[in-house]
Write a protein that binds this ligand. Structure first.
Ligand SMILES: Nc1ncnc2c1ncn2[C@@H]1O[C@H](COP(=O)(O)OP(=O)(O)O)[C@@H](O)[C@H]1O
Ligand SMILES: [Mg+2]
Length: 315
């Protein structure tokens, strides 16, 4: 069919014949959808680290749950394409993603918490996702642009370890990430990598909300003595050295491992525990940070209404 015929009235979407559009047209449409979708998401926070297994997904999950329990509308995007653990941690592995005319509907976990993850699209949980960078970029782009997040206060993005494809895609696609929470464990090898995550955020002009030291100490259940299994205090020292806030020290709690495996959010099942208190403290700091950003935006709008509006229009 001749392309010219469609020129007048339609876009790739209204024609419902995507193959008849040029790649450029399709990209422009995808960009429009992405911008429209992101415009409903007030704040975006990335949870990252230099190393794997330090507790990013655990922090992202408990942060999202804590914020939603505080009454915020929250979205949790599992951007760890190769190791998507969030559905397992929330006990929603078997749930399916439904589609609507407007896109994919994220899985609802709590009345004000919804989740999207590649885990929902994998046939069997033993199946690996073997994708190169461009495919991962495209998946993240769809998770941001083609998922019906709706009007939410905050999108928490759980990232894989390191400073590779996924964090770059998220930063590139979201453009104005509000801030990054960097998770580390206290030993030197983890700290070294977490400093790289701070530098990475700075290179991309993403404010660092702060560093979290996870798996800080284990309290002996018999004598109550604190055992620094992976040392302690390194996260705070790294935060001081890198001049970023320190958000707290989460102790090792064997119940957290059991909860993750059971699919129960730790802050809900053990609200009185020392670790849950730290999670709540981290959530409060993030909420404060969000409020600060809103005040800052409002002040800018009052001080420079013209410039600010122009900037908004451009986005
Ligand atoms: N503070 C903690 N105490 C006990 N276990 C923890 C703690 N933080 C994380 N874990 C456990 O460590 C494992 C790895 O955590 P995860 O969040 O998947 O790390 P990452 O996302 O950085 O790879 C999980 O089994 C999780 O339950
Ligand atoms: Mg993870």
């Amino acid at each position: 069919m001749e392309k010219e015929e469609y020129k007048e009235d339609s876009t790739c979407e209204t024609r419902n014949q995507p193959n008849s559009c040029s790649q450029q047209e399709q990209q422009a449409q995808a960009q429009k959808r992405l911008e429209a979708n992101l415009s409903h998401i007030k704040h975006r926070i990335m949870v990252m680290s230099g190393k794997g297994g330090v507790g990013k997904s655990t922090v992202a999950t408990n942060l999202a749950v804590s914020l939603s329990l505080e009454g915020l509308e929250v979205g949790l995007l599992d951007a760890d394409i190769h190791g998507p653990n969030i559905p397992k941690m929330l006990g929603i592995e078997s749930r399916h993603v439904e589609g609507s005319v407007n896109g994919l509907i994220p899985v609802q976990v709590l009345p004000n918490l919804k989740v999207m993850s590649t885990a929902f699209f994998i046939g069997h949980h033993d199946e690996p996702v073997v994708w190169r960078g461009p495919l991962k970029h495209s998946a993240i782009s769809q998770f941001l642009g083609d998922v019906e997040w709706g009007k939410i206060d905050c999108l928490i993005v759980d990232l894989p370890p390191g400073t590779g494809d996924e964090p770059l895609s998220v930063a590139h696609l979201i453009k104005n990430v509000d801030g990054a929470v960097i998770v580390t464990t206290p030993q030197d090898v983890a700290l070294l990598d977490s400093r790289k995550a701070v530098t990475f955020s700075r290179m991309l002009s993403i404010p660092v909300i702060g560093i979290v030291e996870n798996m800080s100490v284990l309290t002996c259940p018999h004598c109550q003595k604190e055992i620094p299994l992976f040392k302690t205090g390194g996260g705070e020292k790294a935060a001081q050295d890198m001049r970023v806030p320190f958000l707290g020290r989460i102790p090792i709690d064997p119940e957290m491992v059991a909860d993750c495996d059971r699919g129960t959010p730790f802050v809900m099942s053990h609200p009185g525990s020392a670790a849950a208190q730290v999670f709540k403290g981290i959530a409060n700091r993030c909420a404060e940070f969000i409020r600060f950003k809103e005040t800052e935006k409002k002040a800018n709008l009052e001080r420079f209404p013209y410039r600010f509006k122009m900037h908004e229009v451009k986005k």
